[in-house]
Design a protein around this ligand. Structure first.
Ligand SMILES: Nc1ncnc2c1ncn2[C@@H]1O[C@H](COP(=O)(O)OP(=O)(O)OP(=O)(O)O)[C@@H](O)[C@H]1O
Ligand SMILES: [Mg+2]
Length: 497
């Protein structure tokens, strides 16, 4: 018998925010059920209620006809629920085997049976197709493997309801394939799978039903994928039609803004040379691991160059690292904005103004509170950052909204060249088009823009010119007109034979 999960009028209130407003829907076992919605729609909050991490303000849920309001995560686990968060909850200092059986280690008379533990662990790991030594410390494993171990852990606990919150955001395409195979296997066992993502391609490749939340409310559940289009889903997510996401308009280009000449360093297998003109938007495509982030970090000076030169508007960049780069008008908005970007205890406004403030201070300005308030307010509006107020601590924002705050920080900087690493990762469809508009505005002001993206439509839709990387080296440069999907992919895929 397949499992059945139903949410019944779930409400969750935080001070000043109604994150969930009476959500009811059913997810059938033997199906992968996508949960979609704009940043701040309430997806992660719903999963936290399912996992027992939050208790609902009102409402309940039902698993196989049994009604629950979980008072703790232990209660949810006991009822057969597992939630795989983006931030994983393995204990890095413990071994794989210990993590798998955390909380229910096989023991006799208080003594943990090491051999049985290892054997059980090996069996679970074999099922997820991983040849990992159960005695390995988790801290030595890459994210993708940790995620698979989380899944194995869920199964050792007999989970029948398994929820994933944006699980693929740091996986390579091969790792995504592996994850999908495992999820399909879980589906075949009749489990309920809830799957939160912003990626339409994943929804259409993997899912059997889609539920859309907007502003904490249940908007619609599509019971099947037959006849369903991307536009249908987007329309219910944002409440309107979303045409011309890119709205590309050609701009005049000036002299060189950024010149990269024979740059070498860690992560590159050949010297890299190219330039970006004033007012030009250059997109950099490549598969995960092709060396794109590494190249950006070398240009910016976050990583030490072993050779070559970088010039901003003709002037060689001093070798002073990021500090010197920022002073020269070169900024990098990193891929891992959560880790590199936010100052968690500070407010949204402070996180937006942090770099502009430094700029003002170094220029000998007195802090201008009025300007800061206006700057924060204008970015909150233009990027539709969902926050109770500019004074709210950034940690209380949803994942995607934190991303937008960090992006806003760099957009308010007085820059000549901006490097953006995956600027729309984790960001919903509506906000994506706003970010594309902002990038084009920057270029129209004469800023040179270089952005890295793993989403081909984004590169094709936004860039004036496309650079492709493969295996740590530049492998192609294509003009907007000549760059079709297959031409770009041909440069990006490993050469066979
Ligand atoms: N602990 C908290 N305290 C206060 N507000 C919170 C808390 N957690 C979430 N919120 C608010 O609840 C709303 C829903 O957030 P949630 O994280 O569920 O969104 P989401 O749909 O997962 O978005 P994203 O796609 O950006 O991850 C947001 O307005 C968020 O700011
Ligand atoms: Mg979320």
């Amino acid at each position: 018998m397949p499992t059945r999960l139903a949410f019944d009028s779930v409400v969750k209130e935080f001070p000043g925010v109604r994150a969930l407003d009476g959500v009811s829907f059913t997810a059938e076992g033997g199906q992968v059920h996508a949960l979609m919605g704009e940043n701040g729609a309430g997806k992660s909050t719903l999963l936290k209620i399912l996992s027992g991490a939050y208790s609902p303000t009102a409402g309940s849920l039902e698993i196989d006809g049994q009604r629950h309001v979980f008072p703790s995560t232990a209660a949810a686990i006991a009822a057969g629920v597992a939630v795989i968060y983006q931030e994983l909850f393995l204990v890095p200092e413990m071994t794989v085997a210990e993590n798998l059986y955390l909380g229910h280690l096989p023991a006799r008379g208080g003594v943990i049976k090491g051999r049985q533990l290892r054997e059980d662990a090996r069996r679970q790991l074999a099922w997820i197709g991983e040849d990992i030594d159960p005695d390995t410390k988790v801290s030595y494993l890459p994210i993708a493997q940790r995620q698979l171990i989380e899944i194995a852990k869920a199964l050792t606990r007999g989970a029948r309801v398994i929820a994933f919150d944006e699980p693929t955001s740091s996986l390579s395409s091969r790792e995504v394939d592996r994850l999908f195979t495992i999820i399909r296997d879980l589906r075949a066992r009749g489990h309920v799978i809830l799957y939160v993502t912003h990626r339409m391609d994943e929804v259409f490749a993997l899912c059997d039903a889609v539920t859309v939340l907007r502003d904490g409310r249940h908007i619609k559940t599509f019971d099947g994928m037959a006849g369903l289009t991307v536009d249908d889903v987007i329309r219910s997510m944002v409440g309107r039609d979303l045409k011309n996401v890119f709205n590309y308009t050609p701009r005049p280009h000036g002299g060189p803004a950024l010149e990269v000449e024979a740059v070498t360093g860690p992560g590159l297998t050949a010297p890299a040379s190219f330039s970006v003109a004033k007012g030009e938007i250059v997109g950099m495509f490549g598969l995960v691991g092709a060396g794109r982030s590494e190249l950006l970090r070398l240009i910016y000076g976050a990583e030490r160059r072993t050779g070559g030169q970088v010039r901003i508007e003709g002037r060689p960049l001093p070798a002073a690292g990021p500090r010197g780069s920022i002073e020269a008008g070169l900024v990098l908005c990193p891929e891992d904005r959560k880790r590199d970007g936010i100052v968690p205890v500070r407010s949204v406004a402070e996180n937006i103004n942090i770099s502009a403030r430094r700029h003002h201070a170094t220029a000998g300005f007195v802090l201008d509170r009025g300007w800061e308030r206006a700057n924060a307010a204008s970015h909150i509006a233009s990027l539709s950052i969902k926050t109770p107020s500019a004074a709210t601590q950034i940690v209380y924002l949803s994942g995607g909204n934190q991303q937008k705050v960090i992006l806003a920080r760099w957009l308010s900087e007085n820059v000549k060249v901006i490097l953006l690493d995956e600027p729309t990762r984790g960001i919903d469809v509506g906000a994506k088009s706003e970010i594309y508009a902002i990038i084009q505005q920057l270029a129209a002001r004469g800023v040179g823009v270089l952005f890295v993206s793993s989403e081909l439509p984004e590169v094709l839709g936004l860039a004036d010119r496309i650079l492709v990387m493969r295996g740590g080296a530049l492998s192609g440069a294509l003009a907007r007109g000549e760059a079709g999907e297959s031409a770009v992919l041909k440069c990006a895929l490993p050469v066979s034979g």
